[in-house]
Design a protein around this ligand. Structure first.
Ligand SMILES: [Zn+2]
Ligand SMILES: [Zn+2]
Ligand SMILES: [Zn+2]
Length: 345
């Protein structure tokens, strides 16, 4: 995540700001430029010859992004991906919806920077991406992915509820952003790794993705993760099924890339690791890792100095790195193709 400046006064801005706290200017985030633009009292801007308005979800989901003037529903790209949200009279659901959308915007900007395709359900009605952000206040909601549709239980936005789940499942890390990164991993399996040579490589590294999911689920929740899982998997949940191993690995790849990108924006990692620069192949992955390991050690120790638990409470054994390198190669190949279609073919 970049370091943002107010276009009016140069004050530093956080990604979530809709108003500059120093000069009071209203601002909107411009995804194509990855910068903030000033907006007038009606929420409009024509800066750069591209007229836009603040997203219609500003008040309901605290969305501070700009939407093109002719965008359906007046919604920004991120908000348009949401197919279902709580009703206007569900006040608890709406509060959690705002938190979820905030995490989702971090996801969407990262996918965009990495050059990963974001094809909505409006463009591809059978396999396109969309989000059902559902409140489990009144009925059961299962967070998951099915053929482009990502369902998120908004109750995960409640800190007490989420922390109870995290402790009861003995997970070292559980966040709304982590859920989005995991579920989008399932979607990008279909886009990046489900066919041809990529699928074959997937099977070598993760196993057969068509293995019975319900059997795997029963096995995992009755017997738990196999002894010594830490040698081969990034989390105990990843041991359940090849599809979950991929999604967990993909989520960690996004964690690592975005955290390094932020560190680079603030001068604590080299500029070469930013998300917008393709660093292809095994050598590129090694470079990322060489920056990541000392940074995460430092940040873990800093957290401990404050009495917090580790920022990144995970160990990455060689088999996990092999799987993550495969994710890296698929992502950067796609990024290069987006950047330079002629050269890569
Ligand atoms: Zn300002
Ligand atoms: Zn929006
Ligand atoms: Zn999953």
């Amino acid at each position: 995540m970049r370091d943002f400046l107010c276009p009016s006064c140069g004050n530093r801005l956080a990604f979530e700001n809709s108003v500059c706290l120093r000069c009071g200017s209203a601002i909107g985030f411009d995804l194509p430029r990855r910068a903030f633009r000033p907006v007038d009292s009606t929420g409009a801007t024509d800066d750069g010859g591209r007229p836009a308005r603040v997203c219609n979800n500003l008040s309901i989901a605290r969305c501070n992004w700009l939407a093109p003037i002719d965008a359906p529903g007046g919604l920004c790209l991120s908000c348009r991906l949401t197919r279902t949200r709580p009703n206007n009279d569900d006040l608890i659901g709406l509060r959690e919806f705002g938190k979820a959308e905030s995490a989702k915007r971090r996801l969407v900007v990262q996918l965009d920077e990495l050059g990963l395709p974001i094809v909505g359900r409006d463009e591809d009605p059978t396999g396109g991406l969309c989000f059902d952000l559902l409140s489990s206040e009144h009925h059961r909601v299962i967070t998951g992915h099915a053929n482009g549709v990502i369902t998120i239980d908004l109750a995960e936005g409640d800190d007490v509820h989420r922390e109870q789940l995290r402790v009861s499942m003995a997970e070292p890390y559980r966040t709304m952003l982590g859920h989005f990164r995991h579920e989008i991993g399932h979607y990008y399996y279909l886009v990046l790794a489900s066919r041809g040579a990529e699928r074959q490589r997937f099977e070598e590294l993760f196993g057969d993705p068509d293995t019975s999911y319900s059997d795997a689920l029963d096995r995992h929740y009755s017997g738990g993760a196999p002894e010594g899982w830490q040698d081969d998997y990034v989390s105990s949940y990843a041991t359940m099924h090849p599809a979950e191993d991929w999604a967990e690995t993909f989520a960690h790849y996004l964690h690592i890339r975005d955290t390094l990108d932020t560190a680079a924006a603030f001068g604590t990692a080299p500029a070469g690791v930013t998300l917008d620069r393709p660093i292809p192949g095994p050598a590129g992955f090694r470079y990322i890792l060489n920056q990541w390991l000392p940074l995460t050690w430092t940040l873990n120790m800093v957290n401990r100095s404050m009495g917090h638990s580790d920022l990144y409470p995970f160990v990455l054994p060689p088999p996990v790195l092999g799987k993550m390198q495969f994710v890296h190669e698929l992502v950067t190949a796609r990024q290069l193709r987006v950047r330079n279609p002629q050269a890569v073919g």
